[in-house]
Design a protein around this ligand. Structure first.
Ligand SMILES: C[S@@+](CC[C@H](N)C(=O)[O-])C[C@H]1O[C@@H](n2cnc3c(N)ncnc32)[C@H](O)[C@@H]1O
Length: 323
């Protein structure tokens, strides 16, 4: 089926709508398996080591709490969760002055939480944090009085490490939270979520922040097809990276530095998307609407009027896709 895609307001937020594919299945696909060879983050994690990039992202959120004013993300647990070993990393990150990356890491959480709030207002009662790392939403949950349940999905190695971290920081496990250990490259998201108590007959909100780049494209799209098959009203927000060829020289150099750093930690970037091509794939997967937040809109909506110059660079994008 061909989907009409319109791009509104050039330079502003891109809105791409597809004709509703009517009858998008309400049931979850049985056993969504994403077995792909050569996924190196998956290999590192399969070796039992927790994700080092999860700590890196958490340190940037913590740094945002302590050095940026005004904050675009208020997260009182961001500092406690990085633990004592995070303190040195906090100082090193402050010295590196990677403003654009810090801004983007804070933005992606804020944007997801803004869209989640809108989803809760329309009646969504489940939030699935895919590749949760040290994300603290579940332990803050401002929608608990609306009965929002939270599912944290992550590689078992990272999840084990996070739970030890939470205990060491004295952060309690709230009753609305359930864990689902999943390797996106090899395990069934549907099965593990069901085991954790996910209600496949009710709509859900999903986020996948800072994760897609570390997965193979089949694993990313398998996850997207799983969400697209959820109940109408469901939504996913996820971050993706543009191909290097789309970046200006300075951004390309900065990107190469970041990629080299995380590749050395055993978590190389694997997957990049052109926004229009990605929107087409998401619409083909069964989503009815796709919105891509680019840097111009992000800086306008979230970083205007600042005196510290904090803003996102050109490399990252955040997609929101509605079922
Ligand atoms: C950069 S961290 C992002 C964490 C968190 N979303 C955030 O914004 O801070 C990448 C996350 O992806 C997870 N991840 C990477 N490969 C994975 C895989 N094959 N299966 C499950 N999780 C994976 C890691 O365990 C880690 O939590």
């Amino acid at each position: 089926m061909a989907f009409p895609i319109s791009v509104t307001s050039p330079g502003r937020r891109r809105l791409l709508r597809g004709a509703l594919a009517g009858g998008a299945g309400l049931a979850l696909p049985a056993g969504t398996l994403f077995a792909v060879p050569g996924a190196r983050a998956a290999e590192r994690l399969a070796g039992g080591a927790a994700s080092a990039t999860a700590q890196g992202a958490a340190v940037l959120r913590a740094l945002h709490q302590v050095i940026d004013y005004p904050r675009i993300l208020d997260d009182p647990l961001a500092v406690p969760i990085i633990g004592p070993e995070g303190a040195a990393a906090l100082q090193a990150a402050a010295d590196r002055r990677a403003h654009g990356l810090r801004a983007f890491v804070a933005l992606r959480s804020r944007y997801a939480e803004d869209r989640l709030a809108a989803a809760v207002a329309r009646g969504v009662g489940q939030y699935v944090v895919l590749g949760a790392g040290l994300d603290t939403f579940a332990y803050r949950n401002p929608h608990r009085e609306h009965g929002l349940r939270v599912f944290e999905v992550d590689h078992p190695a990272t999840q084990r490490w996070k739970r030890a971290r939470l205990q060491a920081a004295g952060i309690f496990l709230p009753p609305w939270l359930a864990y689902a250990p999943v390797d996106f490259e090899t395990r069934s998201l549907a099965g593990e979520l069901r085991r954790a108590g996910f209600d496949a007959a009710a709509p859900a909100f999903f986020s996948l922040l800072g994760v897609a780049i570390y997965l193979t494209e089949p694993a990313v799209m398998g996850t997207m097809r799983f969400v697209a098959a959820c109940v109408p009203g469901s939504e996913v927000v996820f971050e993706f990276a543009l191909p290097a060829a789309r970046l200006a020289a300075a951004a390309r150099v900065a990107r190469e530095r970041s990629m080299a750093r995380v590749a050395a930690l055993g978590e190389p970037w694997l997957t990049f998307f052109e926004p229009d091509a990605l929107a087409g794939k998401l619409l083909d997967a069964g989503f009815r609407e796709v919105e891509v937040l680019g840097p111009e809109s992000a800086n306008l909506d979230y970083f205007s009027g600042r005196v510290d110059g904090l803003r996102v660079g050109e490399s990252g994008r955040i997609a929101a896709a509605l079922v």
